[in-house]
Design a protein around this ligand. Structure first.
Ligand code: GLN
Ligand code: ZN
Length: 754
């Protein structure tokens, strides 16, 4: 009888209840107790779903008010000194670190491996000390136990937490391992005292290229933890850990989880002489994508494991279901055919339970359900919308020249300057302006059919006018229209392309209370008609200053969508690149002189193992260049990147050959600039001068310091002045205040140059 379990469940609620509650609490509209009630209700609902589906355990510890890695920071009392949180971290302190305070910028945020989920980076140093804070995790366990659930606790592992933390350069974080381990040890002892049988400890960093010292730490850490209490299921995911099979088998833990969706081939090296006393948990259902599992194939794959493992076989999804939406049943508007190909978190629980029954009672016992699953797989394979001859032909006909501007940057920038006549240190913003309640209301009314198309256009034009007026008043040099008409930078484009499907409730958490509703690429992609031209033309008609056209790039469109798993991603990227290239050319033809192609997701596609980087970067850069290369030399192409470190891919970023890149730097305190200085980035660059993720308005001195640092490493004639990212999550008052400081900072610096 195999055990069926999941590594984690989405926490935001099928209707984003957690987002609503957390944001109400932040605004002061909801007390902490009210927020905690919502959280408790969500946890209970999600555990009940796991139990009802027929899983053997409910997973406890995957809930987080903001981020699960940040939960560990609170649990081990690792608040950095700068927040002045003495000792234990309470919920207010937890949020203060996550969001920043008037005195302190927030903890940095980084992408969780190759997902679009962001974790808060713990800050550690020589004086870090850890202490178990029993207000975290433990109450949730008691809560689940009181409901009569069979509890499996989940906890990010100490090595993963430490690896992902930030420290002063040169500080050896492993020095803190002993201290941290003590806290984990005490915690596991308390879990045992609570009667917890299994604790799943997540060590996803095992899928990375880890230095030997870190790998060498594993046996000691896990011997110690295994002696502390409950049985440990060491969970790996997002990649292949086959190269570690030898020592992983020897670890004194009670079980190991493998991601067999990402790395199916690793199973063999683990099955071979798998220790008699350990369970092996196989991640068979894709926790990263929303397609139905091919259950017949999964059963065939698992057969040998079942023979070898018997009772010691566990089955699961590849990773936490955090990365897929909650419930397909809520999707009443989805094309029924496309819908029949999908499974969200709830449906994946059923798939797991079905697999378990098939393994347990034999396939004949669940023949009908298996048949239905097989039919859906078959239907998708044969659907004509997934293969369109004209799209495939255009991709096949691509030539090297299609990925080249044909004129070098040095010459392009001269022509652009003659056309645009910008001052030195030109100011601009990243695209979006505050998405006010009025904008959202107008969009909702339009969607609900309560606002006519014409009135909606008028309402959005009024917003554009407002944004243009404010920018002119502020004295910004290259304007944006503000993106009021866009619900989301990817969905907006996907909705206008063929090959895309949309969910109504397919939300997944991106960071904190922010959720995204990734579109679904199910078929070949093309652009039936222009998507942004009318808005940009209108915006440009309102001003004599250059108006940036604003597009989402092919790589971002790809990685912020749920992508079909029946065509290589690089081919999907080329289809997107061609569709967007047409849009770039249409914008140019409409008189738009500056066009920004956002690629915040470029780093997201990087394989976790460095050896696989060059292949990815090659096709990603090519896709961007195909998008950007259909225009004249005097049309200025911008790109924008954020949320990430780019130091290690600078040559590829340069190879994209955008005329200007605006890039997030302020959260990482401009460290990126040093890398740009060293690498000698050839084209124009606008390092973000302030962090838009926080409502805090930076003091003038702060922006000046950052700009001076930038001027020290980037020639003044190559430097732009801009915020870190789009401003849509902000309100107008703080936006105007911050931009006023920014423009003043640029003017002062300009005066200094002359
Ligand atoms: N142009 C987009 C905006 O300003 C860019 C968003 C992003 O980088 N994530 O909203
Ligand atoms: Zn950004």
């Amino acid at each position: 009888m195999p055990v069926a379990h999941i590594l984690g469940f989405p926490r935001i609620g099928a209707r984003r209840e957690l987002k609503t509650a957390v944001e109400a609490h932040w605004k002061g509209a909801q007390s902490q107790a009210e927020l905690q009630d919502v959280a408790r209700e969500l946890r209970q609902r999600h555990w009940a779903l796991q139990k009802q589906a027929g899983l053997d355990y409910v997973t406890v510890g995957d809930f987080a008010y903001y981020d699960h890695l940040h939960n560990v920071t609170a649990l081990v009392s690792a608040a950095p000194k700068r927040f002045g949180l003495q000792g234990s971290v309470d919920l207010a302190g937890y949020f203060a670190m996550a969001r920043g305070t008037p005195q302190q910028p927030a903890l940095a945020m980084k992408k969780w491996f190759d997902t679009n989920y962001h974790y808060l980076v713990p800050e550690v140093g020589a004086d870090s000390r850890f202490k178990l804070n029993r207000d975290w995790l433990l109450p949730e366990i008691r809560e689940a136990q009181a409901l009569g659930h069979a509890v499996k606790v989940v906890l990010p592992g100490p090595l993963t937490w430490l690896w992902l933390s930030a420290a002063e350069p040169g500080f050896d974080k492993l020095k803190l391992l002993g201290l941290l381990l003590n806290v984990y040890w005490v915690l596991l002892g308390e879990l045992k005292a609570l009667g917890v049988e299994w604790v799943q400890i997540d060590e996803p960093i095992l899928s990375l290229d880890l230095p030997a010292e870190w790998l060498d730490a594993y046996p000691g850490v896990y011997s110690e933890l295994a002696s502390a209490g409950p049985k440990i299921l060491l969970a790996t995911y997002f990649g292949d850990v086959g190269q570690h099979a030898g020592w992983l088998k020897q670890l004194p833990v009670a079980g190991l989880h493998l991601d067999l969706v990402r790395a199916p081939h690793q199973l063999g090296s683990f099955l071979e002489s798998w220790p008699e006393d350990k369970v092996l948990s196989l991640g068979l259902i894709d926790g990263r994508n929303l397609w139905r599992a091919d259950l017949a194939k999964a059963l065939a794959d698992v057969h040998q494991a079942q023979v070898a493992l018997g009772e010691r076989l566990w089955i699961s999804a590849s990773c936490s279901l955090l990365h897929v939406p909650h419930d397909l049943a809520l999707e009443s508007k989805l094309d029924p055919r496309v819908k029949s190909w999908m499974a969200f978190a709830n449906q994946k629980l059923d798939e797991l339970a079905l697999l378990k029954r098939a393994l347990n009672d034999g396939e004949a016992a669940v023949w009908q359900e298996l048949q239905a699953s097989a039919q859906a797989i078959e239907d998708r394979r044969g659907a004509p919308s997934t293969r369109r001859a004209e799209v495939r032909a255009r991709v096949a006909a691509l030539q090297a020249a299609d990925a080249d501007r044909g004129t070098p940057f040095a010459q392009r920038i001269v022509e652009q300057q003659a056309l645009l006549k910008l001052p030195r240190l030109p100011t601009t913003t990243i695209g979006s302006f505050p998405q006010t309640a009025e904008i959202r209301a107008a969009r909702a009314a339009h969607k609900a059919g309560k606002l006519s198309d014409a009135d909606y256009v008028k309402a959005m034009q009024a917003e554009i006018r407002l944004a243009v007026n404010k920018q002119e008043e502020l004295g910004i040099d290259v304007l944006v229209h503000g993106e009021a008409e866009r619900n989301d930078m990817v969905e907006y484009f996907g909705e206008q392309m063929d090959g895309y499907a949309f969910t109504r409730n397919g939300w997944v958490q991106s960071y904190g209370s922010r959720c995204v509703k990734p579109p679904v690429i199910y078929g070949d992609v093309s652009r039936p008609r222009a998507m942004t031209v009318e808005w940009s033309r209108y915006a440009q008609s309102l001003t004599a200053k250059p108006m940036k056209g604003m597009l989402s790039g092919p790589i971002t469109m790809l990685f912020w969508s749920f992508v079909r798993d029946d065509l290589p991603r690089k081919d999907v990227a080329l289809q997107l690149a061609l569709a967007l290239r047409d849009e770039v050319c249409d914008l140019e033809a409409a008189g738009i002189k500056v066009i920004q192609i956002d690629e915040p997701a470029i780093r997201e596609g990087l394989p976790l193992k460095k050896a696989e980087w060059p292949v990815y970067l090659d096709w990603a850069v090519r896709a961007f260049r195909i998008t950007a290369s259909g225009v004249r030399p005097d049309t200025q192409i911008h790109t924008h990147m954020c949320y990430s470190e780019f130091n290690d891919i600078l040559p590829s970023i340069a190879a994209m050959d955008a005329d200007v890149i605006t890039i997030e730097t302020s959260r990482a305190r401009m460290k990126l600039l040093d890398a740009f200085a060293e690498f000698k980035y050839p084209n124009d660059i606008g390092p973000g001068l302030y962090d838009i993720h926080s409502p805090r308005v930076p003091a003038p001195g702060e922006m000046k310091t950052l700009l001076d640092r930038a001027l020290a490493v980037v020639p003044a004639e190559r430097l732009w002045v801009n915020p870190d990212c789009g401003l849509k999550t902000r309100a107008w008052p703080e936006t105007e205040a911050a931009l006023r400081v920014m423009v003043a900072t640029a003017r002062e610096a300009r005066a200094g140059l002359n």
